[in-house]
Design a protein around this ligand. Structure first.
Ligand code: BGC
Length: 758
């Protein structure tokens, strides 16, 4: 044992073998433990705990040239992100434990946001399942695999409400609705963190706050909104995540009230900590303290002080805390107690993760060999993927396809392996995954013939295609030649399955798009395929709601398959050929064109509203000359292979006291031939209040299973929490008056009834 470790040895009851043999029960309670440890720490050591740097194995921000091992040994780091592989993590942990004076272990973070080696659908797609148990299970699997690779801190869930699919990061969140996003975020947190076993990781809720509201959907752009809107629309999921016990939060890149979120005291200290009682630690986003200067705010020294005093505890990749905090203390702009508070929160996270019990808790190379991409994990991912597909159109019940005849499988996404996982799949191993072509050939073996042609490039322009590859290329060829091949294949077939859309890296960070139509080369191909007169199924790959106006009018069936992860191939076949029935409902409104954006179902009415569903223009009313207001496919929409009929909506009483309870009931019948799951949605509108309220807001949903011909009565309790909103004083209130209660299969086709609150 090194002499310098002696101080901590007294606390940890060190064993000679590991240095950390003490069982949790032998450690003092967290607060006492951390206090005693901090009494032994120098100011530099405390500041070191607040520093987070990249390991360099993955690039998720500006590349940094940091001699990592030296910094660890010098006690200048509290955590590291993006180190790949348990052996490497173990080596770095050993340096922290054996070479630093107090042997404080490191946290290892990574963007594990939709699975690890077993890749689950993008978070946006997961939300389309509306299946919280499944989402929780997927997060559990993700944490189990990540921890098998040494990672104990995952940068997920992202709960930023996003109303504008031009923003590429809509793919990382749960869509446009605060209630649903809150549920999804909480389910993920439960799944990741569990009871902090060695198969659990600490969640990091991001990006606090309002990142999804960046103007014109351009990433990192300005955000400016009223506090009333923050509280009523954007804050709910962050608050729900804090209440779900998330261990950490990440600040966002944008400004809030003109102040970069990372240094916004109101946001972090007043709202997150004091109002919502969040007791974990707050980390900045990548380099965001340094970026304050580009925002035109402050100077490096003052910004460091401002970020810390706002309540930020850990600095990701700015090296501002480690470089400047000591000077700030000397100059009197930061008190040592501010640093201590931040250090305490970081050490508490380490305690919760069990790292003081055993710093090598997540460093078992055997686990990495045996617990990744297991048959069980793959089957969870396959089941989940099938639940996330959204059937947008199914003319004449073209789907499900029969396993017979000849299927033409066409498109640049039909035989790609590396694009299936989607963006932010930092633990993926594409070489292990089946392409759709391989899966379909397996699925139809001996029953039907699959003819394949790539058919087109992604874009006509080579440079444009290269720019969106980011290490996940798709072969480029001669567009005309590929198209001719595809048309020949189509003519020989009974049905065409066209696999078109975005490449993986066309959504995610820094992947904003101003045109959301099918990329030009693929649109050309699709138009020619339609001309063959063969029935066409479009599988739209996307990390966002795209513009499918022409497709909706010209192809027979459309299924949005998002990026569904490692098991995409099999999962698509499960649904396409009817072994499973689609149930997904979109959580991102599909626009008719980009000019409608931002577009979301829970908008305000305006003083000059036009009726929903209208097909005409109204002079001097709130509408466009050249497109109607409605989306192409509304929030909550998705078809099935069976049909459901909704009966009348009734209330147990048409009147209610603000603190009372009323039950809404509706009978739903499966009128089709297949058994299926239906997602029954409850919306509420406050007709007249002291401030303008949305035309409807999701306030509940239930996923029910109905056998063919079966009926079930679905009941929703309506209580105060569903009627409440934040008034202009930012306090929650229920105001007496009339409310419309609405239930239905999506946000458009609703049965309604009036409720009066007394
Ligand atoms: C992203 C975060 C991510 C971080 C670390 C940033 O660029 O905005 O979402 O967690 O990098 O990779």
């Amino acid at each position: 044992m090194k002499k310098t470790n002696i101080a901590l040895a007294a606390l940890f009851l060190l064993s000679p073998a590991t240095g950390f043999a003490a069982k949790k029960k032998q450690l003092p309670p967290m607060s006492q433990f951390v206090t005693e440890l901090m009494q032994k720490m120098t100011l530099e050591e405390k500041i070191g705990q607040l520093n987070l740097l990249p390991g360099g194995d993955l690039t998720t921000g500006a590349v940094m040239n940091s001699p990592l091992a030296e910094k660890v040994g010098a006690g200048e780091l509290g955590a590291i992100l993006n180190v790949k592989g348990v052996e490497k993590i173990k080596n770095l942990q050993e340096i922290a434990v054996k070479k630093t004076r107090l042997g404080i272990p490191l946290i290892f973070g990574q963007d594990v946001i939709h699975g690890y080696q077993t890749v689950f659908p993008l978070p946006l797609a997961q939300a389309c399942s509306w299946d919280m148990a499944m989402i929780e299970r997927a997060a559990q699997v993700a944490a189990a695999e990540a921890t098998a690779s040494g990672i104990n801190w995952v940068y997920s869930p992202m709960v930023d409400i996003a109303l504008d699919p031009r923003w590429g990061r809509v793919s990382e969140g749960a869509g446009e609705d605060p209630y649903l996003t809150s549920q999804v975020g909480a389910a993920m947190i439960r799944g990741y963190q569990g009871d902090y076993s060695d198969h659990n990781a600490m969640a990091c809720v991001k990006h606090y706050a309002l990142y999804g509201a960046s103007e014109s959907g351009r990433d990192y752009n300005t955000v400016d909104m009223s506090h009333v809107r923050m509280y009523n629309q954007y804050f709910a999921p962050y608050r729900a995540a804090a209440e779900a016990g998330a261990g950490s939060f990440m600040t966002s890149f944008n400004i809030v009230d003109g102040i970069p979120a990372t240094a916004n005291k109101w946001l972090i200290d007043d709202v997150l900590r004091k109002e919502w009682k969040f007791d974990g630690f707050v980390v900045t986003d990548y380099g965001s303290i340094n970026e304050m200067v580009s925002h035109g705010v402050g100077n490096p020294l003052d910004n460091t002080a401002q970020a810390l005093k706002a309540g930020t505890d850990m600095d990701m990749c700015s090296e501002a805390f480690v470089s400047n905090l000591k000077t700030c203390v000397e100059k009197g702009t930061v008190k040592e107690s501010d640093i201590e508070q931040a250090c305490r929160r970081v050490l508490e996270a380490k305690y919760k993760l069990g790292l003081f019990d055993n710093p090598y808790r997540f460093c078992d190379p055997k686990r990495e060999k045996t617990e990744l991409y297991t048959a069980t994990n793959r089957s969870v991912a396959r089941d989940m993927a099938a639940e996330t597909f959204v059937l947008l159109k199914n003319q004449d019940n073209l789907l499900p396809l029969k396993k017979q005849g000849t299927v033409a499988l066409i498109g640049p996404l039909a035989d790609t392996r590396n694009n299936l996982p989607g963006s932010w799949s930092t633990g993926d191993k594409p070489e292990k995954y089946s392409t759709l072509r391989e899966a379909m050939t397996r699925c139809l073996d001996g029953k039907a013939t699959v003819l394949y042609a790539q058919g087109s490039n992604i874009y006509l322009d080579e440079k444009q295609q290269k720019e969106i590859e980011f290490g996940r290329p798709i072969e480029r060829g001669n567009q005309q030649q590929m198209m001719d091949e595809a048309l020949a294949v189509a003519r020989k077939s009974d049905v065409v399955v066209a696999c078109l859309g975005e490449m993986a890296e066309m959504s995610g960070e820094c992947a904003s798009r101003s045109n959301l139509e099918l990329p030009d080369a693929q649109m050309m191909l699709l138009k020619e395929l339609v001309k063959t007169g063969k029935p066409i199924v479009l599988l739209n790959f996307s990390g966002r709601a795209t513009v499918l106006k022409w497709e909706s009018e010209n192809v027979n069936a459309i299924m949005n398959v998002w990026f569904a992860g490692s098991e995409t191939g099999d999962a698509v076949c499960d649904v396409l050929f009817g072994d499973k029935v689609p149930t997904g409902k979109t959580v991102n409104s599909f626009p008719q064109n980009v000019g409608q954006l931002p577009l979301y179902y829970n908008h305000m009415n305006t003083g000059r509203p036009v009726p929903e569903g209208t097909d005409r223009f109204f002079k001097y009313q709130s509408n466009y000359l050249d497109v109607r207001n409605d989306p192409l496919y509304p929030f909550g929409y998705g078809l099935s292979y069976t049909t459901y009929e909704y009966g009348d909506l009734t209330l147990s009483s048409s009147k209610m006291k603000a603190d009372g309870k009323v039950e809404a009931s509706i009978t739903v019948k499966n009128t089709g031939l297949r058994d299926g799951d239906e997602i029954v949605q409850l919306y509420i509108r406050d007709i007249s209040a002291s401030i303008a309220r949305p035309v409807k807001e999701l306030k509940g949903f239930q996923r029910i299973h109905l056998k063919s011909g079966e009926s079930k009565t679905v009941k929703f309790d309506i209580t105060r929490s569903q009627l409440e909103f934040y008034g202009s004083d930012l306090k929650p209130v229920v105001e007496p008056g009339d409310f419309t209660i609405m239930v239905g299969p999506n946000s458009r086709d609703l049965k309604t009834v009036k409720l009066t609150v007394e």
